[in-house]
Ligand binder design. Structure first.
Ligand code: 7RM
Length: 635
């Protein structure tokens, strides 16, 4: 029991040492003492980063929902598992107990089975942040179906790509969704997507907005009557530890989105263990992560990690600005939230508003504040610390990725002293390395390099759905025998890590990973566009915003260009979603290129950021005259 809940710094160092000296013994003990298994493993870990192949708890059997639900029933049947806080504060919040959640998940599991879903089938979940989303995700896990949650802000095009990539048989959606004062026609988006998805046999539709929808005969079914008629109990499927639990798509720097595959056993152990320690969760606490379940943060730290610990987790349907900028703090006061986990982009947006929105509310319940998704800048850190934490609640700046499944570098609150902008120390079991461009590990302190991880941890993604070669090439070929994160980091004089940002062509806008290539592809499909290049530039709320340099086939007048700007953003909205819209679009006659024909994004980034005093090494630049033109007309 002793290693499960770390309470002081010496203990952290001692447990950390143990976890790296003998990882197998360490994780075996955690897995054995804190989870229920149908049968035990033959081997704790086998791994080979060159193939790559990673297996944790091989031979073991379990069902993650028995760990998240059934095992809590004897002691927590009437304890709240999920607090559902609706978009509209006038609508009442729902307190869903472990008993009720268990029942709803069982009903949903029976609905899935009755509609042809078997172990191993893929089910696409395209739902807003309503309780049905949690029921569906857990019901898939209960029957052994692989859920693929697609964030309900993605367009029909993006949805179709994701449905087809992993061959989903079923889509679960709702009539519509509420976001602030907007209503979105989700079912309409699904209908358009499914024109290109021949593999989808059934669509289950939850009712949320009561909006008009078309129901396609023999394909679409309302969910409510099915749930009402379903049996309220359901045996959980026996899953192997290494059976896939879910696929979740993340953008790469090139090509189509990558369907990261996470498996049952290791993912459960790691998300539960990190949740307990990084949020210092104790029975009776109310925990709130503001992410959407459509992202990994929601999977690991709204659903699986909290529920595996029998926690009370808030699920918020709305946005921070509705009905006004005090909404987050109103909800904190209302539900007496103890742990609050959000993204720097939200903090920056709220910090711009009048402090009255904060001061109106009693935030004294807060014990831990979290940050995730992108580097948190110093100003935002202090605002968060002073105004929300009142200097008393430690901020855990948690660095991790869709691929890592759980938090990798983070302080443990009340244990690790924090420093603004530093994610601080590797979590238990995590062995980071900083690498130089020649492939050597950079030792020592006060150094920076590319962040790799030297040893497997239980929740590392096991493959990319349908493309194991891409998995190997993306993460395991740049540095021999290491997992490459795509991020740069520095290590200071006490060994703390500070993440400096992506070193590839992924741009993080408002905490969303966007690959430049798919956006450029979308723009280039516009009939008037010849070529384009997207770069990020600093933005005081979004962290980064997108700047597009676009070459038109024919040069037109300014009036036409304004329309074109709208059309280009429309094109992006349709192909990817509104999150990928460009803030600035500059029409150019050419792009700076190397002699080998590669766009020199480095130069474009400098132009977009208005940092053109020193363009750096331009010895490979083919067309300096273009650079001058682009610079002279920069927006
Ligand atoms: C959890 C999540 C992953 C990328 C990652 C980083 C960036 C995330 C932090 C961060 C600095 C942080 N998964 N990132 N957390 N950068 N400090 N605390 O965000 O797959 O969507 O994104 O996000 O670049 O590689 S993700």
């Amino acid at each position: 029991m002793s290693n499960y809940h770390i309470k002081h710094l010496e203990e952290y160092f001692q447990v950390y040492r143990k976890s790296v000296q003998n990882p197998e013994a360490f994780w075996e003990e955690i897995a054995e003492e804190h989870f229920v298994w149908r049968s035990k493993w033959d081997r704790v870990l086998s791994w080979d980063f060159t193939k790559p192949e990673i297996k944790w708890f091989e031979g073991a059997e379990l069902n993650i929902t028995e760990n998240c639900l059934d095992r809590h029933l004897p002691t927590k049947r009437n304890t709240t598992a999920i607090i559902f806080e609706p978009n509209d504060p006038k609508e009442e919040a729902q307190h869903i107990t472990y008993g009720q959640l268990h029942e709803s998940v069982c009903r949903m599991a029976n609905v899935l089975k009755d509609n042809g879903i078997k172990k191993g089938d893929r089910v696409c979940v395209y739902l807003p942040m309503i309780p049905e989303l949690a029921y569906t995700v857990l019901a898939c896990a209960r029957v052994g179906a692989i859920h693929s949650v697609v964030f309900a802000g993605f367009s029909s095009n993006a949805l179709a790509t994701r449905i087809n990539d992993c061959d989903c048989k079923m889509v679960i959606t709702s009539d519509g969704s509420y976001r602030g004062n907007k209503t979105i026609d989700l079912k309409g988006i699904v209908d358009v997507a499914l024109e290109d998805c021949p593999g989808v046999e059934k669509v289950l539709v939850a009712q949320r907005t009561g909006g008009k929808v078309k129901m396609k005969k023999n394909r679409d079914l309302w969910l409510k009557p099915l749930l009402d008629n379903a049996y309220a109990d359901s045996d959980a499927e026996r899953m192997k530890a290494e059976d896939p639990l879910f696929v979740l798509y993340t953008s790469g720097s090139t090509g189509k989105p990558k369907g990261m595959v996470h498996t049952c056993g290791g993912y459960m152990v790691y998300t539960a263990y990190t949740f307990k320690n990084i949020f210092q969760y104790r029975d009776g606490d109310v925990y709130w992560c503001t992410a959407d379940i459509g992202w990994i943060t929601g999977h690991s730290y709204i659903i699986y990690g909290p529920l595996a610990n029998g926690a009370t987790t808030v699920m918020f349907e709305g946005v921070p600005s509705y009905p006004d900028y005090g909404r987050f703090w109103e909800v904190v006061e209302k539900h007496k939230v103890n742990q609050f986990y959000t993204a720097p982009t939200a903090i920056r947006a709220l910090a711009k508003e009048n402090l009255e929105h904060v001061e109106k509310y009693d935030l004294s319940s807060l014990k831990v504040l979290g940050s995730v998704g992108e580097p948190i800048n110093e100003e935002a850190w202090h605002w968060y610390n002073n105004n929300i934490g009142r200097g008393k609640s430690p901020i855990v700046d948690t660095w991790w990725q869709t691929e890592t499944g759980g938090i990798m570098i983070s302080p443990i609150p009340y244990v690790t002293p924090t420093t603004p902008t530093y994610a601080t120390l590797p979590f238990i079991g995590i062995q980071p390395a900083l690498m130089d461009e020649e492939g050597h590990e950079i030792m020592g302190i006060q150094v920076d390099g590319r962040l790799c991880i030297k040893f497997p941890w239980p929740s590392i993604a096991r493959t990319i759905w349908g493309d194991h070669d891409r998995y190997r090439d993306t993460y395991f070929t740049a540095y021999k025998n290491k997992y490459f994160t795509g991020d740069g980091a520095l290590r200071d004089e006490v060994g703390y890590y500070r993440i400096t940002g992506r070193v590839d062509d992924v741009i993080i806008v408002s905490g969303h990973n966007l690959g430049t290539a798919p956006i450029e592809d979308a723009i280039n499909e516009h009939p008037a566009v010849a070529e384009s290049a997207i770069v990020g530039f600093p933005h005081d709320i979004k962290g980064n915003a997108l700047y597009g340099f676009v070459i038109l086939k024919e040069i037109g007048e300014a009036r036409v260009k304004d329309n074109l700007r709208k059309e280009i953003n429309q094109q992006i909205t349709e192909h990817i979603g509104p999150i990928a819209k460009l803030d600035k679009i500059q029409f150019v006659s050419g792009l700076p290129k190397t002699r080998s024909g590669k766009i020199m994004r480095r130069i474009l980034r400098k132009i977009a950021s208005k940092d053109t005093e020193n363009l750096g090494d331009i010895s490979t630049l083919l067309n300096p005259e273009v650079v001058k033109e682009v610079m002279d007309n920069a927006l």
